[in-house]
Design a protein around this ligand. Structure first.
Ligand code: NAG
Ligand code: NAG
Length: 292
């Protein structure tokens, strides 16, 4: 028997079987390369019984991980944002509204150059200056923000609205203004990868191309080289973008990883992902890794 079967018992009670090469019982394949999965830490936040983490991102200069999560059901807020210093995990905390001040921060993204974290919730966009440790209103007070991305400017989606709003100074421009958008990222070449109820698309200007009919991808992220990934309940997918020929773009599954919660990339461009409240890192290994 060359294979070991590892049973992961999920908090939901279901069992998922992963078969791993005996030479490395903690390894998984990603992009046909074998990676060792190691447990880094458990995220510390007032989670619900079933832990839901929607998004993770790292403030690179401080190596601080931010994550949006659904807090305990008795909490009046549906969403909050937590953080933990990866080099110093005892330093962690939660950003939230506080008594009589519900903000429901669920959307966020990071301006790495200026150490700013933009946070979106039920009352527009706020900005957290991580150096001055100051949270101030930034834009769109009164609007409910469901998704936010930072690339030179803030891009965001409003609840029950269409398109992606790009804020440039005091001007707002709407991209894909005819489509309700559930999630998105913007590549360094301004190609937008976005999720709607009809699936996953790539688009630029007025051109859009559907790369997958799966409308249930749980999240989108970009690695340090600009490669776009999506994840779903069964693993990690790469969005292969042909910039000159967008209609050739496609999605390929690159790793079978049941029950992945959220993912991002660390400062060495290793995948970080969660299962339940546990945070794992994938590091490349020379061991054999055979998945069936
Ligand atoms: C995987 O990581 C663990 C924890 O760091 C280590 O003990 C183990 O030797 C590693 N295995 C391989 C195959 O690299
Ligand atoms: C991995 O598999 C290849 C091909 O089967 C074999 O040549 C190599 O020795 C194996 N490596 C290890 C570390 O066992």
């Amino acid at each position: 028997m060359l294979l070991l079967a590892l049973l992961l018992v999920l908090s939901s009670g279901s069992c998922i079987e992963i078969e791993l090469d005996i030479e490395c019982s903690s390894c998984v394949l990603l992009n046909n390369i074998c990676y060792n999965v190691t447990h880094l830490l458990d995220l510390n936040a007032p989670f619900r019984n079933r832990v839901v983490i929607h998004k993770m991102g790292i403030l690179r200069s401080e190596n601080t991980l931010f994550f949006s999560f659904e807090p305990a059901i008795e909490d009046e807020e549906y969403y909050k944002i937590g953080f933990v210093e990866l080099d110093n995990p005892e330093i962690s905390g939660i950003i939230s509204g506080g008594p009589n001040f519900i903000i429901n921060f669920g959307a966020f993204d990071i301006d790495q150059d200026n150490g700013l974290v933009y946070l979106g919730g039920v009352d527009g966009i706020f900005v957290l200056d991580t150096v001055a440790k100051k949270l101030t209103p930034y834009s769109s007070r009164g609007d409910q923000i469901t998704c936010l991305y930072y690339k030179n400017n803030v891009y965001f989606v409003r609840y029950d609205d269409r398109g992606i709003i790009l804020k440039r100074g005091d001007n707002f421009k709407t991209l894909f203004e005819y489509i309700p958008i559930n999630n998105f990222i913007v590549t360094k070449h301004d190609i937008v990868v976005f999720l709607t109820k009809y699936g996953l698309y790539v688009g630029k200007g007025r051109f859009t191309h559907r790369v997958s009919k799966n409308s249930l991808f749980r999240g989108l992220t970009v690695d340090l080289d600009g490669v776009v990934y999506a994840w779903w309940i069964d693993g990690i997918y790469k969005v292969v973008i042909f910039e000159k020929n967008l209609e050739m773009s496609k999605v390929v599954k690159v790793s079978h990883l049941p029950s992945i919660g959220a993912m991002t990339f660390d400062n060495d461009n290793n995948v970080l992902f969660t299962i339940d409240r546990s945070l794992y890192r994938m590091t490349e290994t020379k061991y054999n890794c055979t998945l069936y």
